[in-house]
Ligand binder design. Structure first.
Ligand SMILES: *Cc1c(COP(=O)(O)O)cnc(C)c1O
Length: 367
C-alpha cells in the first residue's frame, strides 16, 4: 500500500507556551456564541510549486505573517470548509461525514485554480486539531466544536495567474446556537437587486469571494428586519436558489419535498445531501428541481406548501416562517417550525450527536 500523504508529510508539533487554563476555558465554554471564541491550537501546511505540500505543523493558534502583496489579498484566491466535532454521550469525539468535506474542498480548489490537498491529509489535519483541542468541545445541548479548514494564495505577486504558493490552515471555534435569538423560525428577505452566483461562475465552490458578494444583500435583509437573504437565479431572476450560506427545502401537503437542483450555481451542501437521504427513508418523494418565487408565494397562500426549511452545518435545520420581498410578504404554515422540519432536525442532530444509530456510516469516531 502506498504511504499516506499524512505519513509522508508528517506533522511537527510546536509546543504551546501558554494554553488557556482549564478554569478560564470552562467559563468561556459556558456561553461560546458563534465564531468569536477559538481554541489553543491551529494546523498549518504549506504548498509551493515544485515542492508540493510540506511543513505540516500543529502549534499555538497565532497571527500569520503575510507579504502585503500576497495574492489572496488582491484577487481572493481562497476556499474554505465548515464542519463540526461533537462530544457523544459515551465521552468519545465524533465528526460527521468529514470525507465529504475533504472531497468538496478539492472540488472548490479545482474551480479556483488551486492545488488539491490529498483527502487523507485534510482528514489527518482535522483529526489532529480535534484531538489536541478536545477539551474545547462544549457539552451543552446544541453546542459543538466548529472546524474551519481553509486555503489561500500566499505568494507575493500582483500578476493575475494562479499563485505558486499557498497555505492550508485549520482553526477551531467552540459554537453554541448559530442564530443569536435561537429563533424557532427565521424570516427571510428575497433579494431582487442582487444575485449570488451566475451560470459558469463560482456558486458551487465554497470560496470567500461568494460570501463577500453576499454581504450587501445580507445587510439589506437585516436592515429590513429579517434574519437571512434568499437569492434568485441570476439569469431569469425567477427561480429560488439558496440562502447566503444554507440550502432550502420545500414540503408540500401531498408528501412531496422539493429542493433546488445542483445546477452549478448552488453550493452542494453535505447537510442537504444527508437530508435528502433521510427524507427518502421516511418514504417521502424528494425531488431536485426548480421552484419559482411566484409559485412559492402562491403555494404558501393556498396552503399547498406546508413547511419550508433551510439547512447547513452551522445552523443544521432551521424553519423558514416568513418570506418578504419587494412585492410584500407571506407566511409559511403556522409561521413556526413544522412537524417534518422538527423531525428531520431531531433525526440529523441525533445521528451527529450519537443519540440516534448511524446506519449510513456518516459518523467518524475519533476515540
Ligand atoms: C457551506 C454552504 C452551504 C451548506 O453546506 P453544508 O455542507 O451543509 O454545511 C450552503 N450554501 C452555501 C453557500 C455554503 O457556503
Amino acid at each position: 500500500m502506498a504511504t499516506s500523504a499524512a505519513e509522508k508529510t508528517g506533522f511537527t508539533t510546536l509546543a504551546h507556551p501558554a494554553p488557556v487554563p482549564g478554569e478560564t476555558r470552562a467559563q468561556l465554554l459556558a456561553n461560546p456564541g458563534f465564531g468569536t471564541l477559538f481554541t489553543d491550537h491551529m494546523v498549518v501546511i504549506d504548498w509551493t510549486e515544485g515542492e508540493g505540500w510540506h511543513n505540516a505543523t500543529i502549534g499555538p493558534r497565532q497571527p500569520i505573517s503575510l507579504d502585503p502583496a500576497a495574492a489572496v489579498l488582491h484577487y481572493a484566491q481562497e476556499i474554505f470548509e465548515g464542519m463540526k466535532a461533537y462530544r457523544h454521550p459515551d465521552g468519545t469525539t465524533a465528526l460527521f461525514r468529514p470525507e465529504a468535506n475533504a472531497r468538496r474542498f478539492n472540488d472548490s480548489a479545482r474551480r479556483m485554480a488551486m492545488p488539491e490537498l490529498p483527502e487523507e491529509l485534510f482528514l489527518e489535519a482535522v483529526r489532529l486539531l480535534v484531538e489536541t483541542d478536545g477539551a474545547w468541545i462544549p457539552e451543552m445541548e446544541g453546542a459543538s466544536l466548529y472546524l474551519r479548514p481553509y486555503m489561500f494564495a500566499s505568494e507575493a505577486f500582483l500578476g493575475v495567474r494562479p499563485a505558486k504558493q499557498y497555505k492550508f490552515i485549520v482553526i477551531a471555534s467552540p459554537a453554541g446556537n448559530y442564530f443569536k435569538s435561537g429563533a424557532p423560525a427565521v424570516s427571510i428577505w428575497v433579494s431582487s437587486d442582487y444575485t449570488r452566483a451566475a451560470p459558469g461562475g463560482t456558486g458551487a465552490a465554497k470560496c470567500g469571494g461568494n460570501y463577500a458578494a453576499s454581504l450587501v444583500p445580507q445587510a439589506e435583509a437585516i436592515d429590513r428586519g429579517h434574519d437571512q437573504v434568499v437569492f434568485l437565479d441570476a439569469a431569469e431572476r425567477k427561480w429560488i436558489e439558496e440562502l447566503g450560506g444554507m440550502n432550502l427545502f420545500f414540503v408540500f401537503d401531498d408528501g412531496t419535498v422539493l429542493t433546488p437542483a445542483l445546477t452549478g450555481t448552488i453550493l452542494p451542501g453535505i447537510t442537504r445531501h444527508s437530508l435528502i437521504t433521510l427524507l427518502r427513508e421516511e418514504g417521502l418523494n424528494v425531488e431536485e428541481g426548480r421552484y419559482s418565487l411566484e409559485q412559492w408565494r402562491e403555494d404558501a397562500t393556498t396552503g399547498r406548501l406546508v413547511e419550508c426549511f433551510a439547512c447547513g452545518t452551522a445552523a443544521v435545520v432551521t424553519a423558514v416562517g416568513k418570506v418578504a420581498g419587494h412585492d410584500g410578504e407571506f407566511t409559511i404554515g403556522s409561521g413556526g417550525p413544522g412537524q417534518l422540519t422538527q423531525k428531520m432536525k431531531d433525526r440529523l442532530t441525533g445521528i451527529q450527536r450519537g443519540l440516534v444509530p448511524d446506519t449510513h456510516g456518516w459518523v467518524t469516531k475519533l476515540g
